[in-house]
Every structure is written in structure tokens, then in C-alpha cells.
Design a protein around this ligand. Sequence first.
Ligand code: ADP
Ligand code: ADP
Ligand code: ZN
Length: 213
Amino acid sequence: MNLILLGPPGAGKGTQAERLMSRYDIPQLSTGEMLRAAVAEGSDLGKQAKIIMEAGNLVPDDLMIKLISERIGHEDCANGFILDGFPRTTAQAQALDAMLVERDLRLDKVISITADEEALIERISGRFSCADCGAGYHDSFKQPRAEGVCDECGGGNFERRKDDNRETVMARLDTYRKQTAPIIPYYEGDGRLVQVDGMAEITAVGDAIQALL
Ligand code: ADP
Ligand code: ADP
Ligand code: ZN
């Protein structure tokens, strides 16, 4: 199963990827996570990406295409993968298609998750995650079952993203509208795109996705 989760920041891509990962036993390939790891590591890519991410802009296509092309060649992608945050431009979408043809793979579905802009801002403002396993949470919408303890790994260290502040969120939404939204018609054209209402509750969005697969 090869899937793309598409949608503006805060739509719920990462949240839904968690459920799909365990259901299909395929990895979530989050380019945002990969970049944050590179920044933390201080690699060349990380050094380039840091300022761009803090401004809410996109890291250049050639770097992202190289990153994902290398990643889908890993053994853990043998049964498929969930792309979360890639592609984000038409050039990335075209490069992905070329990569898949080369490997004799195809996309099963491109799942576009939609949500109102106010909801996105509220979601991003309250977002935090487990520093040990990456599980995602929200101050109001998805608190850990036991306060201060991760549901998934029992850890107690949580973190918030540096770019999850109101100012950067506005820039990221603008970037999404200008550079990423135009890839929706790219996938609509050949029937790969399905749309899901991301305003529903987390479990209801998950059920809607499941019904489409
Ligand atoms: P994305 O990966 O698209 O940026 P996330 O999956 O990280 O978005 O979700 C953003 C925040 O909103 C997280 O804190 C998450 O817990 C919360 N969230 C995700 N889906 C929903 C939903 N359907 N309703 C309410 N909150 C949600
Ligand atoms: P969100 O889940 O809120 O949509 P991500 O974690 O996917 O955010 O991405 C965080 C940041 O990393 C983006 O704002 C952008 O700067 C960079 N980034 C992630 N994926 C890509 C990509 N495919 N192309 C360019 N930049 C990217
Ligand atoms: Zn955890």
C-alpha cells in the first residue's frame, strides 16, 4: 500500500499516519520529521533547512527529492509507505511519479485532508508530541490518557515544535496555499485523489479514510 497524506499544516496528516502505520504495517515517511532530525544532528542539510523551516518556507525541491528517493529505497518500505508532507510542490509530485515508475511502483491513493483555517491554527497552537517515540498529542483534543505519560511508550518527555507558533503558522498556511494546494488538481486529473473532511473527530476521520482504502 503506497499512500500520500496531503493537507495543510495541522490537518491531521501525522495523526492519521499513526493509525495507518499499525493497520498496514508500513512506515510513515514524514519529510518534516526527517528535516527536524537533520537540524538536530547539525548535518549540512539540517544547517540549510533550519532557517527555511523557521520562516515557514519550503526547503528546495532538489534536496527534498533526493531525501525521499533515498528513503523509499529502504527495506522497511518493501510493503509500501505513507508519505506525510511530501510532495509539497508540483515539481516534487512529478519527481515522485518518475521515481515510482523507475521502481515499478504505483500510488494506491492520495488522501487529501481538509480543515478550516481557524481550526488549523488552534490545532497547531496546542500540538505537542512525545520526545521518545514521536506520538502526537493536543492540549485540548488529544491528551495522554494518564497526565504526563505517553500512551504509546510510557515515556514522560514531551516537546513542542519551534515552528508551531502563530507567526510561523500564518507563513506556513500561506506557503501551503501558494505552493502545495496546486498539486491537488495534479492528482485529481487521474483519479488518484480522495478527499476527507478533517474537521470531524480524530477517530471519525480515521474511519472515513479506512472506508476509502
Ligand atoms: P499535520 O501532521 O497535518 O500537521 P497533526 O496530525 O500533527 O497535523 O495534527 C495537528 C494537531 O491537531 C495535533 O495536536 C493533533 O493531536 C490534533 N488533531 C489532529 N487531528 C485532529 C482532529 N480531527 N480533531 C482535533 N484535533 C486534531
Ligand atoms: P506540518 O506537519 O505542520 O505540515 P511538516 O512537519 O510536514 O509540517 O514540515 C515542517 C517544515 O519542514 C515545513 O514548514 C517546511 O519548511 C519543511 N518541509 C517538510 N516537508 C517538505 C517538503 N516536502 N518540501 C519542502 N519543505 C518541506
Ligand atoms: Zn512515547
